[in-house]
Design a protein around this ligand. Structure first.
Ligand SMILES: [Zn+2]
Length: 152
């Protein structure tokens, strides 16, 4: 059974993403910009949050983690810290790791440049890539900690 993916707005200029496995009822939020819109989207779908897959440490990607973890007791997956500490993490993921969300498998790619510790998640079975701030619709993410060759 194919995964279901939902996209919605968060903060003033961000998007939230949920990926849901209908077979196991597992649901992951890709990053957590803020809790309220994610909770609203979960409640609209009748889904329960089981995992948060963090791409990098910027506040507009982790701002809702603590509140969501407290509410759902979900697992938090994050990159290995290099530049800044990410709180409330249960599992650290790096290049080549595979993270399970119910029956769905996400391949982890290290994609530094925007930040040194940025990772992306690839759900091959869904042909879905969650690249966060590594890619934007008309270019690559702004370089904060890395350099342009790294981003390339
Ligand atoms: Zn960022």
């Amino acid at each position: 059974m194919a995964a279901e993916i939902r996209l919605f707005t968060c903060l003033t200029d961000n998007f939230g993403y949920l990926i849901h496995d209908p077979a196991t009822k597992a649901t992951a939020s890709i990053d957590a910009p803020e809790a309220a819109p994610i909770i609203k989207a979960l409640e609209r779908e009748g889904w329960t949050l089981t995992d948060i897959l963090i791409t990098h440490h910027h506040h507009d990607h982790v701002g809702g983690v603590a509140e969501l973890k407290q509410k759902y007791n979900c697992r938090v997956v994050a990159p290995h810290d290099k530049a800044a500490r990410i709180a409330n993490v249960d599992l650290r993921a790096g290049q080549g790791d595979v993270v399970k969300v119910g029956g769905l498998l996400a391949r982890v790619l290290e994609t530094p440049g925007h930040t040194l510790d940025h990772i992306s998640y690839v759900f091959d079975s869904e042909k879905a890539l969650f690249a966060a701030d590594t890619l934007f619709s008309i270019g690559c993410g702004r370089v904060f900690e890395g350099d342009y060759p790294m981003m390339w």
